[in-house]
Design a protein around this ligand. Structure first.
Ligand code: ATP
Length: 342
């Protein structure tokens, strides 16, 4: 499966890329093809062990490839060293050196390259100014807030002038409140800098909030590629429907369907002509969620008894409440039912 965006140049292209850590074992990455448009925010998303970190590390040059190629702006970088690729990496919880000032953290890779002290400090200061951290250049990471540390980490990654920034679960160690703040900031910086970001996450919520392009991986393969709304609204497979959440997977005589739980229609049993398409069901749980009420149900579809959920706007629930044990009729508009590939 491939993602393209018209004729826009591609920042990164993966061609039949594979990784097998040991002979005779299942591939961690299995023959994937992907095009990531320039200046886009791409999230590699999937459950633990699906191969997303291995893919990112191969792009970074931190892991060898078993087969296939990696192109960066049409340049084959598959066998180049990490420092020669035009990529930079931002790690979990930013991995700043605690004993160095913000300025020296940012200047660190230039020091390793032998750039003079005056020149590396000048360039580090310029980048800190760019991310609105110039006035705190002498502070150590422990004297900075989470958001300020993220900006220092970003400046440190940018000092090598990468074309592509690779982010390995950068928000996973933060508390939920800070994580939401920080992801908004990452997204803002990506747009402002006009760089391509490739961000690994196992959180579908994070991917939907950040990405222009979501790449969902499963068992070393790419299962679906598309913008967040495309992937969420029209999951291609049962795996995607269940992994993205918020969907019911319903077996009908014609095949399997995904229907978003906020697109389900519910009525008391007998209130509708039972001939209309749909399923009989029984309410099992009622959960108040603020602006919505989530109903859990057991429904009878072509596979037998299935768990189904229905998300009702609070006002609709209050106007016509349901309680555990109620017999109901569930239905959906044809346009809201997405057939799933077998
Ligand atoms: P997580 O979110 O848990 O990091 P992931 O989707 O990033 O998962 P990978 O870390 O890419 O997945 O791992 C993919 C597969 O490769 C897994 O089965 C994992 O056990 C295996 N694997 C990863 N690194 C190595 C390694 N260095 N040696 C051997 N096997 C590895």
């Amino acid at each position: 499966m491939e993602a393209t965006a018209g004729n826009a140049p591609h920042a990164v292209e993966l061609v039949a890329l594979s990784k097998r850590y040991a002979p005779g074992t299942a591939p961690a990455v299995d023959n994937i093809n992907l095009r990531i448009p320039a200046a886009s925010y791409c999230c590699l998303l999937g459950p633990s062990g699906c191969g997303k970190t291995t893919t990112l590390r191969m792009i970074a040059g931190h892991e060898t490839v078993t087969g296939g190629d990696i192109l960066l702006e049409n340049r084959n970088i598959t066998r180049l060293g990490a420092a020669a690729r035009g990529t930079a990496m931002m790690f979990q919880s930013f991995a700043l050196f605690p004993h160095l000032s913000a300025l020296d953290n940012v200047a660190f890779s230039l020091k390793m390259k032998g750039v003079s002290r005056a020149e590396r400090h000048r360039r580090a200061q310029e980048l800190l100014d760019r991310v609105a951290m110039g006035h705190l250049a002498q502070r150590k990471p422990g004297e900075l807030s989470g958001g300020q540390q993220q900006r220092v980490a970003l400046a440190r990654a940018l000092i090598t002038q990468p074309r592509v920034l690779l982010l390995d679960e950068p928000l996973s160690a933060l508390d939920p409140f800070l994580r939401i703040q920080m992801r908004a900031e990452l997204r803002r910086w990506q747009k402002e800098l006009g760089l391509t970001f490739i961000h690994v996450t196992h959180s579908q919520e994070e991917a939907m909030a950040l990405a222009d392009l979501i790449v969902v991986m499963n068992q070393g393969r790419i299962e679906q590629v598309g913008p967040p709304r495309g992937v969420y609204n029209a999951p291609a497979t049962e795996f995607i429907a269940r992994f993205m959440g918020g969907h019911n997977v319903i077996q009908t005589s014609a095949g399997k369907l995904a229907v978003r739980n906020d697109h389900m229609q519910i009525a008391p049993a007998g209130a509708l002509a039972e001939a209309s398409a749909g399923l009989p069901g029984t309410v099992t749980d009622v959960e108040y969620q603020g602006s919505y009420v989530l109903l859990g149900l057991q429904a009878q579809d072509a596979a037998g008894a299935s768990s189904v959920s229905v998300m009702l706007p609070e006002a609709r629930f209050v106007a016509r409440p349901y309680a555990p044990g109620d017999a109901v009729h569930l239905s959906w508009a044809q346009a809201d039912a997405h057939p799933l590939q077998a």
